[in-house]
Design a binder for this molecule. Structure first.
Ligand code: SAH
Length: 280
């Protein structure tokens, strides 16, 4: 099983040090797991995905029909997609995240709710028994997967695209993968006013970014340490993998995720390569 939620939290060096010092008060969990649901909801500022969603829309199949969004999270892109009138199947693995997503969906007008289906599944191995004209994934989501899991993702996506259907990916134009190894730490204030510390360790050579989040309040009890490992594959790398795994990359369009200013992301448009009879 290649997904992290099923494997349990990563033991980051930083988390180990913290847990050793807080003794019995210490609890370790994955950032997207039940145990961290409160922290997740305190911290995840659901950024505005409108400009990014619009970029996806520019490249979607003309009449997108039902769209499959992989690892939808809190719906940063899903809700703008629904605003465009799309019919969206939002796939997500984490139960805690799904609960938060469903709560948000329940606040929408009935016609919007009717256009959104929610499924719990692993994006690196799913079988929905249905095909879509457009499948979308954001950078934050594909970076959840290591190389093996990404192979599973590409294979699953191929199985869910209608003939000529499009696989659209938003990827970071440049990122931590371009610099040397580094560690940084910052204090964050959650919606509740509680303060958290976020420690990020980036190891570009391994394409890994380890995140450790814990209370700024040293006496917190329980002292919940949540960890998460992201991958930091470059857009270049993902495009190569797509071609290797049976996709043609049609276009790569740099765009500004904030809607204006210098492009910081690239929208990759891919289609499944036709299997030619008699080809090797
Ligand atoms: N696409 C959203 C969310 C990004 S956060 C956005 O751009 O805002 C990444 C999400 O991936 C989290 O909600 C996490 O729970 C989910 N996730 C991680 N591994 C997954 C997997 N194997 N299958 C499906 N979802 C997964």
């Amino acid at each position: 099983m290649s997904n992290q939620l099923a494997r349990g939290p990563v033991r980051t060096t930083h988390a180990d040090g913290l847990l050793a010092s807080v003794g019995a008060r210490g609890v370790l969990c994955d950032f997207y797991d039940e145990g961290a649901a409160e922290i997740y909801q305190d911290l995840v500022q659901d950024g505005d995905g409108t400009a990014e969603a619009r970029e996806f829309a520019t490249h979607a199949s003309p009449a997108p029909g039902p769209v499959l969004e992989l690892a939808a999270g809190m719906g940063r892109l899903t809700f703008p997609f629904l605003d465009l009138g799309w019919e969206v199947t939002a796939l997500e693995l984490s139960t805690a995240v799904l609960d938060a997503f469903r709560k948000r969906l329940a606040e929408q007008p009935p016609d919007v709710q009717d256009r959104c289906a929610v499924v719990q599944a692993d994006m690196s191995a799913f079988a929905l028994g249905k095909r879509f004209g457009t499948v979308v994934i954001s950078s934050g989501s594909i970076n959840e997967l290591d190389e093996t899991a990404r192979r599973g993702l590409y294979a699953s996506v191929r199985e869910h695209l209608e003939p000529g259907g499009k696989f659209l990916l938003s990827l970071e134009l440049s990122g931590p993968a371009d610099s040397g190894p580094q560690e940084r730490q910052q204090e964050l204030t959650g919606r509740s006013g509680r303060r958290h510390v976020m420690h990020v360790k980036t190891v570009p050579a391994e394409e890994i970014q380890d995140i450790t989040i814990y209370p700024a309040e040293e006496t917190a009890d329980p002292f919940v340490v949540s960890t998460h490992r992201r991958r930091i594959a470059t857009a270049e790398r993902i495009a190569e993998e797509l071609v290797r795994d049976g996709f043609d990359v049609l276009t790569r369009t740099p765009f500004a995720s904030g809607g204006e200013g210098r492009p910081d992301m690239v929208l990759v448009e891919a289609v499944a390569r036709e299997i030619t009879e008699g080809a090797e």
